[in-house]
Design a protein around this ligand. Sequence first.
Ligand SMILES: Nc1nc2c(ncn2[C@@H]2O[C@H](COP(=O)(O)OP(=O)(O)OP(=O)(O)O)[C@@H](O)[C@H]2O)c(=O)[nH]1
Ligand SMILES: [Zn+2]
Length: 185
Amino acid sequence: MTEELANHYRHIISGLGEDPQREGLRDTPKRAAKAMQFLTRGYHQSLEELINGAVFESETDEMVLVKDIELYSMCEHHLLPFIGKCHIAYLPNGRVLGLSKFARIVDMYARRMQIQENLTRQIAEAVLQVTEARGVAVVIEAKHMCMMMRGVEKQNSSMTSSVMLGAFRENQPTRQEFLTLVNGR
Ligand SMILES: Nc1nc2c(ncn2[C@@H]2O[C@H](COP(=O)(O)OP(=O)(O)OP(=O)(O)O)[C@@H](O)[C@H]2O)c(=O)[nH]1
Ligand SMILES: [Zn+2]
């Protein structure tokens, strides 16, 4: 699989007018193939194996917020990175999720070809599925290289996307509390 991908990269390099045999580029197809496999490894992960049973019984029913989870993904239109932060909140319903698992869920979906809106929704739905929470809220703030390095070349714009499920959708004060916590840095 890596070898086949590397071959495609060799064609891309010569298609761009470079010499894939010159010293600096000789191992590049293989490196690029491995890098791209890493950046898309989310396709080979499953929620169940990643959670690994780390859901614990708890009486708490107050909002839990995990803020500023770094995020590296790749836009499915240009295969260029988008980079940012993800904030996840949920209202426990008898069970809480191991803290590190929020970051693992983010990575599993981020390391695929994505658009930011779908990524946001997939993370929210995964957290809801695993915790059976009364509500889940996810906000992603990201900068898209396809808008910065090429195309419209805007360096300072960023995109914010959000998905609110359950109580965060139905209950205005809950939603407001979440947004205040996220913005109060
Ligand atoms: N909504 C959304 N759009 C995205 C995301 N990533 C990239 N895009 C946009 O996808 C669109 C693709 O537009 P096209 O006109 O088909 O492609 P293009 O000619 O390369 O577009 P330009 O970037 O405007 O040069 C662009 O407007 C991108 O900015 C994302 O995560 N969400
Ligand atoms: Zn793009």
